[in-house]
Design a protein around this ligand. Structure first.
Ligand code: SAM
Length: 293
């Protein structure tokens, strides 16, 4: 086995050899601790039958651990300057494919068809660029890709919001958007010291296991998400007041909202943060006939 990329000394060596400088605007905070990387890969539960998709390989710190643990790794990197470096650092591995691409623009479904034929279980494993964590996660979940789940590093504060349960301060429309598709949990809190350069915020690793079916069955998904976002517009307002001010104008709107709340069995004076996903589902279906266009 070749020596790890993810040590402070080797990372500095590689950077110097290629004259590479970090781009803050691309969220470049590289991992320099092999133990953390091993932990991340362990949480992903990879075997030599599994495929792995990575977002942002950097100089290959996590990529090489994924290559050792899985059958094949496909990794999307936006920064062209890293391509020759990765070709060098990952040369000991023949099961890695690096694609020069912005993950937000990539046709991941087509890539998966081409690269993972015959591989049933594919996990997304990444140390995400923090400026785009939420759009990346939502893209990978809403495109209905044949992935098992995600194990990703991100800002601790965003991890808390994603995994929050009803009644907690962090629970909101992001928790619902992600937990609608997945079972979400925080698996590790990570100190700043394992990155080069150190980010300004604390980090965490979350595990998102895709559900076979969404957490609740609703008449219209888009409307369900509109209702959840509207319900948290102002956290201190009641659900009735938030929905009244947020939902599009309609005839006798408040009465319709009150009757929908009643038929969904939800007290109008409750706040959005107390409602479970099934309750939001019932409310969205009760409101839908009144508010669809
Ligand atoms: N995986 C490496 C590690 O753990 O050391 C690097 C992680 S670093 C936090 C994020 C990486 O994502 C950087 O290499 C950055 O260039 C890349 N990146 C940023 N935005 C991206 C995008 N939209 N699509 C693909 N890669 C992106």
């Amino acid at each position: 086995m070749s020596k790890d990329i993810a040590t402070p000394i080797r990372t500095k060596e590689i950077m110097k050899k290629y004259g590479f400088s970090f781009k803050k605007s691309l969220g470049q905070n590289f991992l320099i601790d092999p133990n953390i990387l091993e932990n991340i890969v362990e949480h992903a539960g990879l075997t030599k039958d599994h495929g792995a998709i990575e977002v942002g390989p950097g100089i290959g710190a996590l990529t090489e651990h994924l290559a050792r643990a899985s059958k094949k790794v496909v990794s999307f990197e936006i920064d062209q300057r890293l391509l020759p470096i990765l070709e060098d650092t990952l040369s000991p591995y023949d099961n890695v494919k690096i694609l020069h691409s912005d993950i937000l623009k990539a046709d991941v479904e087509a890539v998966m068809k081409e690269e993972f034929e015959g591989t049933d279980d594919v996990m997304v494993v990444a140390n995400l660029p923090y400026y785009v964590t939420t759009p990346i996660i939502l893209k990978l979940l809403t495109e209905n890709l044949p992935i098992k789940g995600l194990v990703v590093m991100l800002q601790k504060e965003v991890a808390e919001r994603i995994a929050a349960r009803p009644g907690s301060k962090s629970y909101g429309s992001l928790s619902i958007a992600i937990q609608y598709y997945t079972e979400a949990s925080t698996v590790m809190i990570v100190p700043k010291t394992v990155f080069m350069p150190q980010p300004n915020v604390d980090s965490a690793v979350i595990k998102l296991v895709k559900r076979e079916k969404p957490a609740v069955e609703v008449i219209d998904e888009n409307f369900f998400f509109t209702v959840t976002r509207s319900s948290f517009a102002q956290r201190r307002k009641t659900i009735l007041n938030n929905l009244t001010s947020q939902l599009p104008e309609g005839k006798a709107k408040k009465e319709q909202i009150l009757s929908a709340l009643e038929s969904a069995g939800i007290e109008p004076a409750r706040r959005g943060e107390s409602l479970s996903i099934p309750e939001f589902g019932a409310l969205s279906d009760a409101l839908y006939p009144h508010f669809k266009n």
